[in-house]
Design a protein around this ligand. Structure first.
Ligand code: MN
Length: 432
C-alpha cells in the first residue's frame, strides 16, 4: 500500500511582536496547508510548537483552528504533541481545545504502569493502520527525564509499521550553533520505529535535505528527521536566511515496516535581505552614511530587511542611531518590513566589560556593577552611591507581583520605588 504524509514542526504562530511579520507566518501555514491538501497526503504529523506560547491571542488560535479544520474537511487527520512552547505545566494550553474538537489528535497518550513506568499507548491511523506514539515536550526540555521512565519494552515490541513523535534535541544530531541547548542522547529514543518525527530543533536535519533539496531514503541508520521551522521565528533565523518549510514523506507499507523517502518542501512567502554593519571605531554619522549607501545600492522592494549593527562606536551614544528613521528610509524604498538589531552595538562608555569565569554569579554581578557604576556620571551621585542604587534597583526588579495585586498597582509601585531610589519627584514626569 502506498502512503504519503506531511511532517511539520515548530510553526510558532504569532511569534513576532511585529504583526506584519506575523502575517507572513500565517501565510506560510496557509500555503503549507493548501500544498498538502493538493498532495493528498494520508495524514499530517506535527512535532510540537504549533503556537509560540501556550495562550496565544484569539487571532492566532482562530487561524490555527481554521487551518486544522481545512484538513479535517478533507479527511486528513493531524497527529501531534505539544512542544516546549505551547505546553503548559498547569494544563492550560490553547492546544487543548483543538485536541478536544478532534481537529488535532494528541499522540501523547501516557499511562502509569504498576511499576511506575510511563507506558505510551499507540494511536492507529484508521486509513493506513500505521501506529503512532509520541512524547510531548515540557519547558526547558524537562521531558528528557520522562524518556528514562518509558516502558520501552512495550514500545519496542509492538508490531509496526510505527512512527514516534517527539520534541527534543538529540545530542548526536545537534548542530554546532545549538551547542548550549539542552539535549538528550539518541539512545533514549525507543527503538524499532520506522520514522522518528522530531521537533524543537529549528533547523532541518539531516541538513542536506534543506541545503541540496534532495530526496533521502529513510533507512534504519537514517530515520530521525527534523523539518525545522515553517517560517523564521526570530531575528537570527531571518538573518540565517534559510527558507522554512516541512517534510513530505512518501513510500510504501511493506508488512510491518515502512519503506520511505523524505523530501524537504520549502515554503517561500517573502525575500529577505540581510545587512550586517561593523561599527567598530566609527562615529554615528559614518554608520548612517554607510547605511545610506547600502540603501541606494540594493533593491529592497517587498523584502524583509534585517540590519545588524555591532561593535563599539568611537564616540556618541548607541541611541544616537535612530532606529525609526532608518526603518522609514528603507520602507520608502519599498521594504516590506525592517528589523534592526543593535544588541551588540556599544559605545566607549559601556565598553570593556571584563567577566572572569569560574567565579560565582554573585561575584560576577558585583564586579559588573562596580565597573558600570564607575562609568556613568549622574549629578550628585558618587560611584559608591550609584552602586548602591543599582543594587536597590535589582531588588525592585526582582519583586514578583502577588496574585492579589492588580497589574496596574504593581506597575505603579515599581515606578514609585524607582523614583524613590533616584530621588526624583513624581511631579517631574519620567521621560522614556
Ligand atoms: Mn520550537
Amino acid at each position: 500500500m502506498k502512503i504519503k504524509f506531511a511532517h511539520i514542526s515548530d510553526v510558532h504562530l504569532g511569534a513576532w511582536r511585529n504583526e506584519r511579520i506575523n502575517e507572513l507566518g500565517y501565510k506560510a501555514l496557509e500555503k503549507l496547508i493548501d500544498f498538502i491538501i493538493k498532495e493528498k497526503v494520508d495524514f499530517v504529523i506535527l512535532s510540537g510548537d504549533l503556537y509560540d506560547v501556550s495562550n496565544p491571542k484569539v487571532e492566532v488560535i482562530d487561524l490555527a483552528t481554521k487551518a486544522m479544520k481545512k484538513l479535517k474537511d478533507v479527511n486528513i487527520p493531524v497527529y501531534g504533541i505539544m512542544g516546549s512552547h505551547d505546553f503548559s505545566p498547569s494544563n492550560k494550553s490553547m492546544v487543548r481545545p483543538l485536541f478536544t474538537a478532534g481537529l488535532y489528535i494528541d499522540a501523547w497518550v501516557p499511562e502509569l504502569t504498576v511499576d511506575n513506568k510511563i507506558k505510551l499507548n499507540f494511536l492507529v491511523d484508521p486509513k493506513t493502520k500505521i501506529k503512532i506514539a509520541g512524547i510531548r515536550a515540557r519547558k526547558r526540555s524537562l521531558e528528557i527525564e520522562e524518556y528514562r521512565e518509558l516502558d520501552r519494552e512495550f514500545l519496542e515490541t509492538e508490531k509496526g509499521p510505527k512512527i514516534f513523535i517527539f520534541h527534543t534535541m538529540l545530542s548526536e544530531l545537534k548542530p554546532k550553533e545549538f551547542k548550549d541547548m539542552e539535549s538528550a542522547p539518541k539512545s533514549l529514543l525507543p527503538q524499532n520505529f520506522d520514522y522518528y518525527a522530531g521537533g524543537h530543533l529549528h533547523k532541518t536535519v539531516p541538513e542536506i535535505l534543506n541545503e541540496e533539496s534532495i530526496t533521502l531514503k529513510i533507512s534504519e541508520r537514517n530515520n530521525i528527521i527534523y523539518p525545522g521551522y515553517v517560517f523564521p521565528t526570530d531575528f537570527r533565523e531571518l538573518e540565517r536566511n534559510k527558507q522554512g518549510g516541512f517534510c513530505l514523506v512518501s513510500g510504501e507499507i511493506k508488512g510491518e515496516n515502512l519503506d520511505l523517502n523524505v523530501k524537504f518542501i520549502p515554503i517561500k512567502v517573502i525575500d529577505i535581505e540581510n545587512i550586517s554593519l561593523d561599527c567598530t571605531n566609527k562615529v554615528v554619522s559614518t554608520v548612517l552614511s554607510e547605511l545610506e549607501e547600502k540603501l541606494s545600492n540594493r533593491d529592497y522592494q517587498d523584502k524583509i530587511v534585517t540590519i545588524r549593527l555591532f561593535g563599539p562606536l568611537s564616540s556618541g551614544k548607541t541611541y544616537d542611531i535612530k532606529i525609526n528613521e532608518i526603518i522609514q528610509n528603507f520602507k520608502e524604498k519599498g521594504a516590506y518590513e525592517v528589523l534592526i538589531n543593535k544588541n551588540a552595538l556599544t559605545t566607549e562608555e559601556y565598553q570593556a566589560i571584563s567577566i572572569s569565569t569560574g567565579k560565582s554569579n554573585e561575584e560576577i554581578e558585583t564586579a559588573l556593577i562596580k565597573e558600570h557604576a564607575g562609568k556613568v556620571r549622574i549629578n550628585n551621585f558618587t560611584t559608591v552611591k550609584l552602586e548602591k542604587k543599582i543594587y536597590q534597583l535589582l531588588n525592585i526588579f526582582g519583586t514578583e507581583r502577588h496574585s492579589g495585586t492588580k497589574v496596574m498597582d504593581y506597575n505603579d509601585s515599581l515606578k514609585q520605588s524607582f523614583l524613590n531610589i533616584f530621588e526624583v519627584q513624581k511631579s517631574k514626569e519620567l521621560k522614556q
